[in-house]
Design a protein around this ligand. Structure first.
Ligand code: NAP
Length: 232
């Protein structure tokens, strides 16, 4: 039975990943900042006995190390770095940028996935699939940025992409693959109610991309939920 590790599992895309991997009979190491208030995630444990919940704020790198120690004996087939923030809330634009918020977003969106990969490397290495997934966004594409704005979100996710591309090269010799994903524009708290891509379809699509992953053909690619390339 394969194992997936998921950050930001309490709502949005992370929660739907848990539901679908539960249905598919995977072991799920679901992490979230506050398990006590993660009611929907907690209710999934009744249906999926292979789902366990672990407290993790991805901005707390000591906590990442402690969780990696606590889960030292695990084999993690898919390390899913899903947690993220938008950062550019109303009123934040050129001329009134919030630089503290920018740094906070950089830690959560760009550094934390790399820290997770470092901390959980031996667990990923021990697994059959050996795949690290970074949840990025089309907004990170510099080539497709025709609208401007969203400076915090765009730049921190572009930083994530650059770091993950390097990881895909640095880890290839160890047989570990890296995928950088755009889930589509999906209705979640972040995506908002008008997003056109169904949450279920987005996750079904991404799981299928992970299932057909090949180290030689795909590692280091920036793909959308249908498996198409996204321009850098
Ligand atoms: N929805 C879209 O259209 C869309 C499009 C492109 C990319 N994405 C990416 O997909 C990922 C998931 O997005 P979503 O739409 O599901 O967003 P969401 O509904 O806003 O959920 C974000 C998740 O990230 C968690 N998170 C934020 N900061 C955290 C931290 N410091 N430590 C641990 N968890 C933290 C949140 O936990 P709390 O509940 O504790 O805040 C929540 O579980 C993000 O990386 C996002 O950038 C989404």
């Amino acid at each position: 039975m394969p194992t997936v590790f998921i950050t930001g599992a309490n709502r949005g895309l992370g929660l739907e990943f848990c539901r679908q991997y539960g249905e598919a009979d995977w072991r799920i190491l679901a992490t979230c900042r506050d398990p006590q208030t993660a009611h929907e995630l907690n209710s999934l444990t009744e249906r999926y006995p292979n789902l366990s919940i672990h407290a993790l704020d991805v901005a707390d790198f000591s906590a990442i190390d402690r969780l990696a120690d606590a889960l030292a004996g695990e084999a993690i087939d898919v390390l899913l770095c899903n947690a993220g923030i938008f950062g550019d809330h109303d009123g934040i634009r050129f001329g009134s940028l919030d630089y503290e918020r920018w740094l906070e977003a950089f830690v959560i969106n760009a550094s934390a996935p790399v820290k997770l990969a470092e901390a959980f490397l031996s667990q990923v290495k021990r697994s059959d699939r050996r795949l690290i997934v970074a949840m990025s966004t089309w907004y990170a594409s510099i080539a497709d940025n025709t609208d401007g704005g969203s400076i915090i979100y765009r730049s921190t996710k572009a930083g994530l992409n650059a770091a993950m591309k390097s990881l895909s090269i640095d880890l290839r010799d160890q047989g570990i693959g890296v995928l950088i994903m755009h889930p589509g524009w999906v209705p979640t708290d972040m995506g908002g109610p008008d997003a056109p891509i169904d949450r279920v379809d987005s996750i079904v699509g991404m799981r299928s991309v992970f299932d057909s992953f090949s180290l030689e053909r795909h590692s280091g690619q920036f793909l959308d939920f249908e498996g198409s390339s996204v321009r850098w």
